[in-house]
Design a protein around this ligand. Structure first.
Ligand SMILES: NC(=O)c1ccc[n+]([C@@H]2O[C@H](COP(=O)([O-])OP(=O)(O)OC[C@H]3O[C@@H](n4cnc5c(N)ncnc54)[C@H](O)[C@@H]3O)[C@@H](O)[C@H]2O)c1
Length: 375
């Protein structure tokens, strides 16, 4: 049995989570998997209930579970609060407490949505990139940090952040990237700025060292400025990209935009392999990359597919169940191929549906494909 903490959160989080849980139930029936879901409050709703964005009870549920499925947090109601107790703090708290150091953001251009890309069809068609971003180190956490007044220079201040990586931090993220590449097209591009930064020099050296255990994988190195350019020029050259926290933050947004709608993009944040399953099941937090979309919340307009595709990542990386993961992804593609669209991805000649209907269609597709498979 797989235990899953379900944290719907705020805004559309409450609407996109029920269809996703239904899809997991359907895939469970098809593949003989059992799930135990435990729901807990997070973000704004948790602040309203307890005064804290990540109450200890919620953290305990997350820690005890094999995986966490999160909707989205935040909204105008909580924007005036101090940063230390804003809804978004819950995300950092979860990552830190669960040791989730690897952030995976797939940027896949679905053939059905090729026109949603800002790039020309002939450049972008077939793009399928996995960005593996280091999530708990680098300049966002390094010390010293802060803003200080300069002695004897009235009105002058200095802002400081520190890019810092240790051997261990680089080794474990590189290992995740190579392991993922092994199940894909076996190409890793490591992104750094080794021509300027010492931390990047170490990054490159350690990645090359880890590569010795993955000789079946092709490794190349690229400077981050060139990568930003190459992503636009020829995105299909990339399979797996592995990089630091800040470079990954920026490049994964760029890659995501290349493939279109925010309502379609899932993510996984992974920790160490702890479940001991074949293939190395990893503890993980799975969530869409979008936020709580207060502008459309409560209107049955939200696209649930990014969250449903995040559940597919859960099946792949926590359960190590590739067939179940692929079944969910294929069901989503089948629904898109049939022309169904929520408003964010609708175009001429498509069939408009709401959140609930989109979820129902994916469930039906998972079940239908299962029936065909069995026959
Ligand atoms: N991981 C998270 O929980 C997360 C991430 C980003 C933003 N936020 C928070 O969400 C709140 C709103 O932020 P924002 O407006 O900048 O970003 P957003 O991602 O919530 O919304 C941006 C735009 O995309 C649309 N959109 C987003 N998800 C959609 C979906 N599934 N289907 C259809 N349309 C969708 C919204 O309607 C909006 O027009 C803020 O409080 C922000 O801090 C949370």
């Amino acid at each position: 049995m797989t235990t899953i903490a379900v944290l719907p959160g705020d805004g559309i989080g409450r609407e996109i989570m029920p269809p996703t849980v239904n899809v997991l139930h359907a895939v469970g029936r098809r593949f003989g998997l059992t799930f135990k879901f435990t729901e807990a409050p997070v973000g704004g709703e948790a602040i309203d209930a307890t005064g804290r964005p990540l109450p200890p009870e919620t953290l305990a549920v997350a820690k005890e579970s094999d995986a966490v499925l999160l909707g989205a947090v935040g909204g105008p109601k909580w924007e005036g609060l101090d940063y230390s107790i804003r809804p978004e703090r819950a995300l950092l708290g979860l990552r830190e407490a669960l040791g989730l150091y690897a952030n995976l953001r797939p940027a896949v251009l679905h053939a059905e949505l090729v026109d949603a890309s800002p790039l020309r069809r002939e450049l972008v068609e077939g793009t399928d990139i996995m960005v593996v971003r280091e999530l708990t180190g680098g300049i966002y956490f390094g010390r010293p940090k802060g803003i200080e007044k300069l002695d004897g220079q009235p009105g002058q201040e200095r802002g400081i952040n520190t890019e810092v990586y240790t051997t261990h931090e680089i080794e474990r993220i590189a290992r995740v990237a190579f392991e993922i590449a092994r199940k894909r097209r076996k190409r890793v591009t490591s992104i750094d700025k080794a021509n300027v930064l010492e931390s990047s020099e170490l990054w490159r050296r350690i990645v090359i060292g880890v590569h010795k255990d993955f000789q079946d994988i092709e490794l190349r190195h690229m400077y981050v400025d060139n990568c930003a350019m190459q992503l636009i020029k020829d995105p299909r050259q990339f399979d797996v990209i592995v990089t630091t926290n800040m470079f990954g933050d920026i490049l994964s947004d760029e890659a995501a935009q290349i493939v279109g709608s925010i309502g379609l993009l899932p993510s996984a944040s992974l920790g160490d392999a702890t479940l001991g399953q074949k293939g190395g099941g990893r503890k993980g937090l799975y969530e869409p990359i979008h936020g709580s979309a207060p502008d459309i919340a409560g209107q049955n307009k939200a696209n649930p597919l990014a969250t449903i595709l995040s559940a597919a990542m859960l099946l792949r990386y926590t359960l190590g169940h590739e067939a179940a993961a692929a079944a969910v992804e294929q069901a989503v593609m089948a629904v898109l191929r049939a022309g169904y669209r929520t408003a964010d991805i609708a175009g001429p000649g498509t069939k408009p549906v709401g959140t609930v209907e989109m979820g129902r269609l994916v469930v039906a597709q998972v079940e239908k494909a299962g029936a065909v498979h069995v026959a």
